[in-house]
Design a binder for this molecule. Structure first.
Ligand code: ZN
Length: 317
């Protein structure tokens, strides 16, 4: 039970303190996802940005393609969808309708997928969540993925042949992390995984990649003498079933707010060991909840909390 809880636990650091955020569950089935979505819709006021953006199924095509705001507070105009099938990729969980992105990200993903057979000797990649049709916050999962520049790629290789509808919605992803959360499970993780993730990290257009700290341990060991790109591979909670590619703001994109560059060095030293210790503690020795009344839940982000242009994105054709 504890472990199951831990698997769905997803936290992030903000200004030095630990904040709990909704988990990004690439692996949940269609039924689990539908239940979670219904539950959130029932409890969330209509004015919440996640309700407004979560209900838009088509892109704001009349607007020029733009990522607006920051990765965890923004929206997306003129989105393009990644086709659900390519020679070297297949989109998973397509019922969620989260295969939309900035055209630059979609072009990047197509090229990345094409390289997978050469780089990793995989038939191709399985693509998880990108963004909603107009970006913005989602009803379930993900604090980021709001501006069409984030994409989750499964750590399970694409199988030979096409997956059927039911498999795309329900096939489980593989947990790459060992039960003690200190290293990878060698029955699942391979050197090809390291090569593929590093290949993504070495692209100039990629700003960061998120993997579980235990996965970074394996990558630090397997990267060998050429450490290029390792600094962009950042340890993060969750991300044990998929890795997360974050693209930098496209050139000339004034409405898009970039993050600072990751620190220099390969990130394989103290930063990583601190992450492992923090993760272990959160999973195996979680703080006991206090006995007082439960804290009031924070109100959801409103549409007004997003950049003003996101109002146009909501109503545009
Ligand atoms: Zn992600």
């Amino acid at each position: 039970m504890l472990l199951r809880l831990a698997l769905v636990l997803c936290l992030t650091f903000a200004a030095g303190k630990v904040v709990f955020i909704a988990p990004a569950q690439a692996q949940s089935t269609a039924e689990e996802e539908a239940n979670r979505r219904a539950n959130v819709l029932e409890k969330t006021p209509e004015w919440a940005a996640k309700v407004q953006f979560g209900k838009r199924n088509t892109p704001a095509s009349s607007l020029e393609a733009r990522a607006i705001g920051s990765y965890a507070r923004g929206c997306l105009a003129g989105a393009t969808a990644l086709p659900v099938d390519g020679a070297t990729w297949q989109v998973m969980r397509r019922n969620r309708n989260r295969m939309w992105g900035h055209p630059d990200l979609i072009a990047y993903l197509e090229a990345f997928a094409k390289a997978a057979p050469r780089v990793a000797n995989w038939p191709g990649i399985l693509v998880g969540d990108i963004s909603q049709a107009r970006g913005g916050p989602m009803l379930t999962g993900h604090a980021s993925h709001q501006i069409g520049l984030d994409a989750d790629i499964w750590l399970t290789p694409m199988p030979q042949g096409r997956l059927g509808h039911d498999q795309r919605e329900n096939m489980p992803a593989t947990n790459m992390v060992r039960p003690d959360w200190m290293d990878v499970n060698t029955a699942a993780w391979t050197a090809s995984h390291t090569r593929l993730v590093l290949h993504a990290a070495r692209d100039r257009r990629v700003h960061r990649i998120f993997v579980n700290p235990a996965i970074k341990v394996a990558m630090c060991r397997e990267a060998g003498a050429d450490r290029a790109g390792l600094n962009k591979v950042r340890p993060m909670w969750g991300h044990n079933y998929h890795f997360h590619i974050r693209m930098a703001c496209p050139d000339g994109s004034e409405t898009c707010q970039d993050q600072d560059a990751p620190p220099d060095g390969d990130g394989c030293g103290k930063e990583l060991s601190d992450w492992l210790a923090t993760q272990q503690k959160a999973i195996f020795a979680p703080k006991r909840p206090s006995t007082g009344p439960p804290p009031k839940p924070k109100p959801p982000m409103s549409v007004d909390a997003l950049p003003a242009e996101c109002r146009q994105v909501l109503v545009a054709r």
